[in-house]
Design a protein around this ligand. Sequence first.
Ligand code: ATP
Ligand code: MG
Length: 426
Amino acid sequence: MSWGKFCLSALAIFWKIATSCDSGMSSGMQWLVSGFSWAQDMRDPVCSTPLIAPMELVEREQALAALISGLASAADGEGRVALLAGEAGIGKSALASRFAAAHRDTADVLWGACDALFTPRPLGPLRDIALHMQGALLTALEADRDRHHLFSLFLRGLRERKRPAIVIFEDVHWADEATLDLIKFLGRRIAAVRALVILTYRDDELDPRHPLRSVLGDLPPETTLRIPLQPLSEQSVMSLARNAGRTNEAARLHAATGGNPFYVTEVLANEGAGVPATVRDAVLARAARLSPSARETLDVASLSPGGIEPWIVEACTGCGAAGLDECVSRGMLRLVRGNYVFRHELARLAVLDALSPLRRRELHRAVLQPLRSRPTSPEMLARLAHHAEAADDHEAILEYAPAAGHHAASMGAHREAVAHFAGALR
Ligand SMILES: Nc1ncnc2c1ncn2[C@@H]1O[C@H](COP(=O)(O)OP(=O)(O)OP(=O)(O)O)[C@@H](O)[C@H]1O
Ligand SMILES: [Mg+2]
């Protein structure tokens, strides 16, 4: 978890504790809540956004302009639904937060989130908002009133506000069924409401049958703003690296992270070499949600830096296409010219690092077998030597490492040639 995410969670938990205490809040708690300026902000009845210090965001001018135009329409009485989409760590929350912080003097900000629970809370985001607003909506939620009543109350609350509202539903790829219904309900009525509803979601985690797809597809196009977020360019990564005093790492950093801002900022915030713990945790949390066969597929794929062929995965795991398809639809792997590669090199390293030495050796052996069963081309020698060494298979090392060394030397890659010969001698 990044420091920013940790702070968000801590603030949200603290706020929930504080508000759940309500009149029974201890004097110590009251002092705590009133003593900090951020806590006062959290009690502000028109802003439930977890506050984080607005950070400088690079390459997000267009996305911010789209949100600003959506809010302008909302202020004129024609609401909008903005779809803020992109892979994990691309900066959806940072952008929504930044935008909300910039406009909270002129608009009411209502923030709620879906959680990655195995069984999501029904109407999680609406509950977050109601907890903050208190009043009729919270009472109705606590009394388990039917959905239509709750949705109507919420809509009425939006219509009766003096100022336009910015409503943020975070991470709707994890939305429960009732929240999806709420999105449909709002989407159909937003044209006559002074509100900008921002939905953030990971678009690379929506497989074709994901229920959010049809909900979003049915939103009226004339009131829907689609704002896909792209990875940062090499130039922006360079400028972030320069600010961190690590200019010479910029090109490598861009290659390893694919311009994903979460990975970029975490690596830059981390003094040591290797995969930062925050990145590792985020990647492994996503991997943990895969089915066992997809997880095994991912483990096997992590052994091959240049990507892996489906027939090798099939031979090693017996999982076949289903495991690979799941890894692709959950945004972990992508298909490039017939090979499956990790979307980000850092994610591959995080998965690889998580394998125990024994398991890693076992999997390298499993990969080596089908690779050896096919005719060897000179280009394959380095790869065979790599798996042979990691599998600690002496016979295979002696067969492939010197041959790979000679091939590298013939291509003028002398440093690689030396490494292969050294491998054969070990
Ligand atoms: N445009 C940007 N410029 C600089 N840093 C950024 C930018 N966008 C995001 N970041 C950094 O990346 C981190 C991750 O961003 P954020 O949490 O918003 O991603 P996300 O898309 O919401 O991810 P998730 O899907 O996991 O919720 C932020 O804490 C911030 O440090
Ligand atoms: Mg987020």
